[in-house]
Design a protein around this ligand. Structure first.
Ligand SMILES: Cc1ncc(COP(=O)(O)O)c(C=O)c1O
Length: 387
């Protein structure tokens, strides 16, 4: 009976706006990606962009023979795939129990003569403590990468880009989605322009891409998404390790769509986020909400993260919201070493207790354009009843 109800009502996806394509024959225009002081390199995925940053960092410091990269203990396994491709050993550092940012004392302890770079992850639009990381990286002569796969860098007052490399992803469910692709911004002062092209393979051709985009847009509709979401053979959204085999340049079709899709993204309202900001503090006062990270760290949110008081509460809430088809998710569910395929590829010198606590208590709510007023009211009712 519940399953029938779900099929009639449908399931909201946890993330993903419909992709708005430009009229055909639009000329490629990289202006949408221009950032002062950086060169934009277009590649086939966010993982490729990160791997390219690591390869270029190796060229900056050839004297480090066994290079290491510091990654957060709770993160996307694609970070490990990028490090493996670039031949850099991932060293995991704990995060805070209520904040996806590094525990700075643990980060300092993890640095040694082999530390080539630190990856500062922007988590769903919550930025790392970039000023502190910049200071640390400069003092220790370490390369700083800002992984912004989950946030499209938008200027907001007083906050600019400062890392040596910054990347974003154009993958499925990302802020600006082209169903694949990524960009790496390389700081011009590093003098790496000539080193970039030799690391890229030619772009692959995608003849069926416009059709794929249309199918994707249709499948975002709750009644259709429900069939995918509840199909036990598909394991939709499950976190898994996928090795990287090649870094390709971005194909011409996606290049032509870029400026249109960036402009479309930037025009979107933050209506759903504003609703959560307004309603959640009263509905779920014990939750740790994005406002607590402070204005300079918070950008537009890809999903709305809230940290529950404990795992039992999170699991109860998640189940209730998922049963009602309201697009809640627990993101990666586990710390990085517990993701299938990752153990053995990462160095863990210290306990990841903050990351464990964060993984066990995090819940995300959808912020995409498909979330209606009716969904929002249902969410608040489910949350109020379950906490
Ligand atoms: C933080 C982070 N970095 C990198 C990536 C990899 O991006 P892509 O899927 O485009 O390879 C992801 C993907 O979800 C991510 O969340």
């Amino acid at each position: 009976m519940a399953a029938l109800g779900a099929l009639i009502r449908g399931d909201l996806p946890p993330a993903g706006n419909p992709i708005d394509l430009p009229a055909p024959a639009r000329a490629a225009d990289a202006a949408a990606l221009a950032v002062d002081g950086y060169e934009a390199v277009l590649v086939d995925s966010g993982t490729s962009a990160l791997a390219l940053a690591m390869q270029l960092a190796r060229q900056c410091k050839p004297h480090i023979h066994a290079p290491e990269v510091i990654l957060p203990g709770y993160a996307c396994p694609d970070l490990v795939a990028a490090a493996e491709y670039a031949g850099v050993q991932p060293v995991l550092v704990d995060i805070d129990a209520q904040d996806p940012a590094y525990r700075l004392s643990r980060l300092r302890e993890a640095i040694n003569a082999n530390t080539l770079l630190i990856v500062a992850v922007n988590f769903l639009g919550i930025r790392e403590r970039m000023a502190e990381l910049r200071e640390l990286a400069t003092a220790q002569d370490i390369v700083l990468v800002e992984d912004s796969a989950q946030w499209f860098p938008e200027p907001f007052p007083g906050v600019g880009l400062d890392a040596d490399f910054v990347l974003t992803s154009f993958g499925r469910g990302k802020p600006v989605s082209l169903l694949g692709g990524g960009v790496l911004w390389v700081k011009r002062s590093l003098g790496l322009t000539a080193a970039i092209q030799p690391l890229l393979s030619p772009a692959e051709a995608f003849r069926w891409l416009p059709l794929k985009v249309r199918a994707f847009n249709i499948l975002l509709k709750p009644r259709l998404y429900c069939w995918l979401n509840r199909n036990p053979l598909l394991s939709l959204g499950e976190t898994a390790f996928h090795p990287l085999s090649q870094i390709n340049a971005l194909d011409a079709v996606r290049r032509n769509w870029l400026s249109h899709c960036v402009a479309h993204y930037q025009r979107q309202q933050r209506r759903v986020e504003a609703f959560y900001d307004r309603e959640l503090p009263a509905c779920f006062p014990a939750a740790h909400l994005p406002a607590s990270y402070g204005a300079p760290r918070r950008g537009r949110l890809l999903r709305y993260p809230l940290v529950c008081e404990h795992r039992v509460q999170r699991d109860r809430l998640l189940q209730a919201l998922q049963d009602a088809g309201l697009g809640a998710s627990a993101m990666y569910v586990n710390v990085l070493p517990a993701v299938t395929g990752v153990a053995g590829k990462v160095t863990v010198n210290d306990a990841l207790d903050g990351a464990e606590a964060f993984a066990g208590r995090l819940l995300t709510l959808p912020t995409h354009a498909g979330v209606s007023e009716r969904h929002l009211d249902s969410m608040m009712a489910v949350i109020a009843a379950a906490v």
